[in-house]
Design a protein around this ligand. Structure first.
Ligand SMILES: NC(=O)c1ccc[n+]([C@@H]2O[C@H](COP(=O)([O-])OP(=O)(O)OC[C@H]3O[C@@H](n4cnc5c(N)ncnc54)[C@H](O)[C@@H]3O)[C@@H](O)[C@H]2O)c1
Length: 432
C-alpha cells in the first residue's frame, strides 16, 4: 500500500543487535558498501570492561563488572546512557551503542554512539550504594571518558541521580566541573523538556505519519502498549490532538474503551494508584495480547523489546505501527507485516525525542545560552519533521520500507563523514 517491497537480505535473528543489523545491512548493500566496509561499520571502536568494587551499607565489599562500548566517534563525541541491571550483557550494550550511532546519524546530530552497562540489581541497592557504585565505575573508566558524553537515555527514572554522581566524580578527577560531559541531569533548567521528550517525539512522528496517509487525527484510533514515561506522554499528546485512544495497557492490566479513554483522567488514576493501571473501571479489561491485534489505525508498542514477533504479526490489524519502544518489532515479523501492507515507523526515528533534547542541553552549555520550553519544543519538532520527511521521501524514491530507509539516510551521513576523514587519514579507511 505505502511502499513497494524490498527483498530482505539481512540475517534473521532475534537478539536486539541483529534487529538493527539486518535492516542496516539491507540499506548498506543498497548503498553499494562492500562486506569489509559493512563489517567495519558494525564493529565498535572501543569496548571497555572494568571490574571494580564498592562498600555496601552493611560494610561488606562487593565486586561488580561494568562496560563502556564506544561504537563510533565519526560524527562527533560518542554518547549514550548507562544501563543498570542483572540482565545487562556486553552484547546488549554493544547493540545499544550501535543503535545510538544510527539514531544520532539519522537525526543529523554531531555525535557518535556509545553505551554503558553495570551488572547489578538496582532494586536491592540503596541510593547511597548506587552513588558509590556509579562513582567507582566512573573512576574505573575515567581514562576513557575524556572525549565522551553521557546521556540518561535508557536509564530508569528512579536512578536519575546517577549522572550527577558521574559528573561529580569526573569533575573531581579532572579538577574542574565539565557540565557538557553529562546530559539528562536532574535540574529542570539543564533538562528542560526532557521529561516528556520521547513521548512528545512519538506523538509528533505519529501525527506526521497520519498526515502522509491523509488521515485526520480526530478520525484515527490508537492502541498503546505501555503507560510509563514514553506511553503516557505519547498518549497525552495524541489525546490533545484528538486521536481516540481506545486501548491502553501496562504490566498490571490492559483495557479497551470503544469511545476512547479520557487520558488526563487515566493519568490521574495511575498517579494515585502506585503508577499502575490495574483497577481502572472506565474500560473493559482485555488480554494483553488482544491489545496488539485490535482493529485500530495506529498501534504504539511503548513498553518493551520484541512485542511483535513472527507469531503475532499476521494477526495485527493496525495499518500504522509506531515503534515507540526499542526494537518492539523483530525482523522475523517484517515479512508478515509487509505482506499485509502495515506501515512500521522504526524506533530510531519514532523514539529519538529524548536524545534530541539531550543534544539541546549539551548545545546550550557549549553556547552558554538558555532556551525556553517553547524554543526547545519548536526545535524538537523541526528536527523530527525534517528527519521524518527525509526518511519517508527516501523510502518512496528508492521503493524501500521506512525501516530500511532510516538506515539508508543514517549511512549516507556516516559515509560522507568517512569520506572527509579518509581525505586526511586515507590509510585508516581502505574500503573503496
Ligand atoms: N524513556 C525514554 O526516554 C526512552 C527513549 C528511547 C526508548 N525508550 C524505550 O521505550 C520503552 C519504554 O520506556 P519507558 O521509559 O516508558 O519505560 P517505563 O519503565 O517508564 O514504562 C514501561 C511501561 O511498560 C509497561 N510494561 C512493561 N511490560 C509490559 C507488558 N508486557 N505489557 C504491557 N505493558 C508493559 C510498564 O508497566 C510501564 O507502564 C523501553 O523499551 C525503552 O527502552 C525509552
Amino acid at each position: 500500500m505505502y511502499f513497494t517491497s524490498t527483498p530482505f537480505t539481512g540475517t534473521v535473528n532475534q537478539t536486539p543487535q541483529a534487529t538493527d543489523l539486518s535492516r542496516f545491512e539491507t540499506a548498506a548493500k543498497m548503498l553499494g558498501l562492500n562486506e569489509q566496509h559493512i563489517t567495519a561499520l558494525k564493529t565498535p571502536v572501543k569496548v571497555i570492561t572494568v571490574h571494580f568494587s564498592m562498600l555496601l551499607d552493611s560494610g561488606r565489599r562487593q565486586s561488580f563488572e561494568g562496560y563502556r562500548v564506544i561504537h563510533s566517534s565519526l560524527l562527533g563525541p560518542s554518547r549514550g546512557g548507562i544501563r543498570f541491571g542483572t540482565s545487562v550483557t556486553i552484547q546488549q550494550i554493544k547493540a545499544l551503542a550501535e543503535t545510538m550511532t544510527w539514531k544520532s546519524a539519522l537525526m543529523g546530530l554531531p555525535f557518535g554512539g556509545a553505551m554503558s552497562g553495570i551488572i547489578c540489581d538496582p532494586r536491592h541497592l540503596s541510593a547511597s550504594e548506587m552513588e558509590r557504585l556509579t562513582s567507582a565505575y566512573t573512576r574505573a573508566i575515567q581514562q576513557q571518558l575524556q572525549d565522551e558524553q553521557y546521556t540518561n537515555d535508557n536509564t530508569p527514572a528512579q536512578l536519575s541521580g546517577e549522572l550527577e554522581w558521574l559528573l561529580d566524580e569526573f569533575s573531581i578527577l579532572h579538577g574542574k566541573t565539565i557540565h557538557a560531559i553529562v546530559t539528562g541531569k536532574k535540574s529542570p533548567l539543564d533538562n528542560l523538556g526532557r521529561a516528556d521528550a520521547t513521548g512528545r517525539g512519538v506523538s509528533i512522528i505519529t501525527l506526521l505519519t497520519l498526515e502522509k496517509l491523509n488521515l485526520r487525527p480526530y478520525e484515527a484510533t490508537a492502541a498503546i502498549q505501555g503507560f510509563g514515561n514514553v506511553g503516557l506522554h505519547a498518549a497525552s499528546q495524541l489525546y490533545d490532538k484528538g486521536v481516540k485512544i481506545v486501548a491502553i495497557s501496562d504490566i498490571t492490566a490492559a483495557y479497551f474503551n470503544a469511545d476512547g479513554f479520557n487520558i488526563p483522567d487515566l493519568i490521574h488514576y495511575v498517579q494515585t494508584h502506585n503508577n499502575a493501571l490495574a483497577g481502572y473501571n472506565k474500560g473493559i479489561e482485555i488480554l494483553h495480547e488482544e491489545l496488539l491485534t485490535l482493529p485500530v489505525d495506529i498501534l504504539i508498542p511503548a513498553a518493551k523489546e520484541e512485542a511483535i514477533t513472527e507469531s503475532n504479526a499476521a494477526a495485527i490489524k493496525a495499518s500504522i505501527i509506531i515503534e515507540a519502544a526499542n526494537n518492539p518489532v523483530v525482523p522475523a515479523a517484517d515479512i508478515a507485516l509487509h505482506q499485509q501492507e502495515r506501515l512500521v515507523v522504526p524506533d530510531i526515528l519514532a523514539n529519538a525525542g529524548g536524545i534530541i533534547i539531550s543534544y539541546f542541553e549539551w548545545l546550550q552549555h557549549k553556547l552558554q545560552e538558555t532556551w525556553d520550553i517553547k524554543q526547545v519544543n519548536t526545535r524538537l519538532r523541526e528536527i523530527l519533521e525534517n528527519c521524518f520527511n527525509q526518511a519517508y521521501n527516501t523510502a518512496i524514491a528508492k521503493g524501500i520500507h521506512l525501516q530500511t530507509a532510516v538506515y539508508y539516510v543514517a549511512l549516507e551521513r556516516i559515509s560522507a563523514a568517512q569520506a572527509v576523514a579518509a581525505k586526511t587519514t586515507s590509510s585508516l579507511f581502505p574500503f573503496n
